[in-house]
Design a binder for this molecule. Structure first.
Ligand SMILES: Cc1ncc(COP(=O)(O)O)c(C=O)c1O
Length: 391
């Protein structure tokens, strides 16, 4: 018997990362030394307090039952973190829910909040689950172009009012992935006004809230007046505390939106492993000094990559934030041609930009997830590749 996937699944593009994994494997088999700058999985260790707490709690046999939801103290730890880092006051009882990584919430949100046919504004280019989550829920993603001449912010005034009236959510992410730009409070205020006007929910993904360079701090969307009445913000321990494999994150803001998501989740999962939750509480309430040290590590990597690529003959924009460079590729390649032939010829893996939407064509995303000296080596190999493949 042949099993057919549902129409819903057939409509989703197969993940680029499986395709890249296949090609990385082939390049390795062919003897290439792989420098993997394609996946945004942090290579740095979590803070020692996280590993100590996890190891200790994992020894307690009482910690192996279902947790169902956040254990006492988690929402308070998030509220503490939001107060001290972003000046946002949250009610732990109503304005915070725990997630199995922010991906869990981003993937399920549309299912909890929209009906088939509803429009959702998604950034283009944008992190793929925004659009996929809407499609899975039967919604209609409406891409908003992020363009350099508009500071990579969507032009809300350019959205036709009849479309905005049929929209239920506006998804934003600053600093974002793959576009690493920042938004200021003024833009967030415009988003609040837009949401009020059209009665839609603003969904801000703040996964890279703590990876901002050159002494700059990114504002939380929830820090602008009125934001909590129209919006929610996703955040994660994956990048801030290098806990990506632990699968823990959270969403805060509008209690009604959170309650709908929680109702759906109560049918889907039974909570995060208690030792991971305790490790997360330890991370969120610890001395934040290591966060600044971590920013310096990524800053040095960014500088190493940008400067080495410059020497190799490829000038790219210096990212202001996140663990990525979003680089316009030299003329004569599509994103996929560039990424796949670079991998085959040099072992350097980068992600083709079209994986993030139509407007990602002409770009690749380079993840700063290797030490400086490996990034320089990658740039040197890219330089050789460009010389041999100049079109
Ligand atoms: C912009 C963005 N949002 C959300 C996520 C999901 O992170 P997690 O589910 O680990 O919290 C990622 C992961 O790379 C991301 O880049």
């Amino acid at each position: 018997m042949e099993i057919q996937p549902s129409d819903r699944i057939r409509d989703l593009e197969t993940g680029i990362f499986s395709e890249l994994a296949r090609r990385k494997h082939a390049a390795k088999q062919a003897g290439r030394d792989i420098i993997d700058l394609s996946v945004g999985s942090p290579d740095l260790p979590p803070p020692p307090i996280v590993m100590e707490t996890l190891a200790r709690e994992a020894q307690d046999p009482r910690n192996y039952g279902y947790t169902l939801a956040a254990i006492p103290g988690f929402a308070e730890a998030v509220a503490h973190f939001y107060h001290t880092r972003y000046g946002v006051d949250l009610d732990p009882a109503r304005e915070v829910i725990q997630l199995m990584g922010s991906q869990d919430g981003l993937a399920h949100l549309a299912m909890a909040l929209i009906n088939p046919g509803d429009i959702v504004f998604v950034p283009d280019p944008g992190y793929p689950i925004y659009e996929a989550g809407v499609r899975i829920a039967g919604g209609v993603p409406y891409p908003l172009p992020l363009q350099a001449d508009h500071g990579f912010l969507p032009d809300l005034d350019a959205i036709p009012p009849d479309v905005a009236r049929r929209a239920r959510m506006l998804i934003l992410s600053y600093p974002g992935n793959p576009v690493t730009a920042l938004a200021d409070e003024a833009f967030f205020e415009r988003a609040v006004a837009f949401a009020r006007n059209y009665e839609l929910l603003v969904v801000h993904d703040f996964a890279y809230s703590e990876l901002v360079f050159d002494g700059v701090r990114a504002p939380s969307f929830l820090s602008v007046p009125g934001a909590k009445e129209v919006g929610i913000e996703f955040n994660s321990l994956s990048k801030t505390f290098n806990m990506a494999g632990c699968r823990i994150g959270y969403v805060c803001g509008h209690p009604g939106a959170l309650a709908a998501l929680m109702a759906l989740k109560s049918h889907i999962d039974y909570g995060v492993f208690a030792p991971i939750q305790r490790a997360a509480i330890a991370a969120l309430t610890a001395d934040p000094t290591p966060l600044t040290e971590q920013v310096h590590i990524y800053e040095r990597r960014r500088d190493a990559l940008v400067e080495a690529l410059d020497e190799a003959g490829w000038r790219i924009d210096r990212p202001q934030a996140t663990m990525f460079a979003w680089a316009r590729i030299p003329d004569g390649f599509t994103s996929r041609e560039f990424s796949f032939s670079l991998l085959e010829a040099t072992g350097v893996a980068v992600t083709p930009g079209d994986a993030f939407g139509q407007r990602g064509e002409g770009f690749v995303r380079i993840a700063l997830v290797q030490p400086e000296q490996r990034l320089r080596e990658a740039a040197r190999r890219i330089g050789d590749f460009l010389r041999h493949h100049a079109r």
